[in-house]
Design a protein around this ligand. Sequence first.
Ligand code: 9D3
Length: 251
Amino acid sequence: MKRFEVITIFPNIIHAYLSEGVLSRALKRGVIEVEVFNLRDYTTDRHRQVDDYPYGGGPGMVMKPEPFFRAMDYLSKDGIKRHVVLLSPSGRLFTQAMARRYAESSTCLTLIAGRYEGVDERVKRLVDEEISIGDYVLTGGELPALVIIDATARLIPGVLGDRASAEDESFSDGLLEYPQYTRPAEYRGLRVPEVLLSGDHEAVKRWRRKEALRKTIKQRPELLREDILSEEDRQILREIKEEENGLYKGG
Ligand code: 9D3
């Protein structure tokens, strides 16, 4: 069973997300395990203070080192192997490849979520790596911790139903997803593409590949690397270019 741990001053944020949907079911069935630790439980003062003013001055508050060290001392008592991650805006960018590595590792993944303007630099002695989930500023590390748990857990066998395969179109073959439709075949005049109703599986497959290529060039051209394209893909791409040309010429 894959184990996750989260250290945070807002345990409820973590519990709330994990109480619904796919992850809630995975927890109930014992496929994954998540234990949340309240950082304030590892303070020693009357006010359970986790932050303090920055040495050298400046705006905002910094998270004190002692509660993190005491929390990690407590966790370390069980002697299990851990991979400790500090969620930080200045960390390395989280990727699907990292989610895959965490999912394949039997090591416990311990996520440290900070708040305020950051954590005391000495806390980095406790961690194996610092991770950011993207170049935008959040109010804390709890959502990033949940993003990492979510992306990792869905790759663990038994977390998704056996109908949905975790390694799906997007990111596994390097292209964005093809468009999907369900019933009804026509809604408010909008028709489902005829080929999907045709029962011609080869034609459906080619159409999906074409639309995935079309979507990728339009939204994420940097994902289209030469080495992932087959001869058939190159042919499809020529067709797309012709079609887009036609669109411009036709107005
Ligand atoms: C003054 C510099 N700020 C960094 C851009 C301070 C600061 C702002 C917000 C420090 C921490 C935070 C809270 N964010 C996180 O803890 C965080 C985060 C994020 O904001 N974006 C993307 N990934 C992450 S991982 C943790």
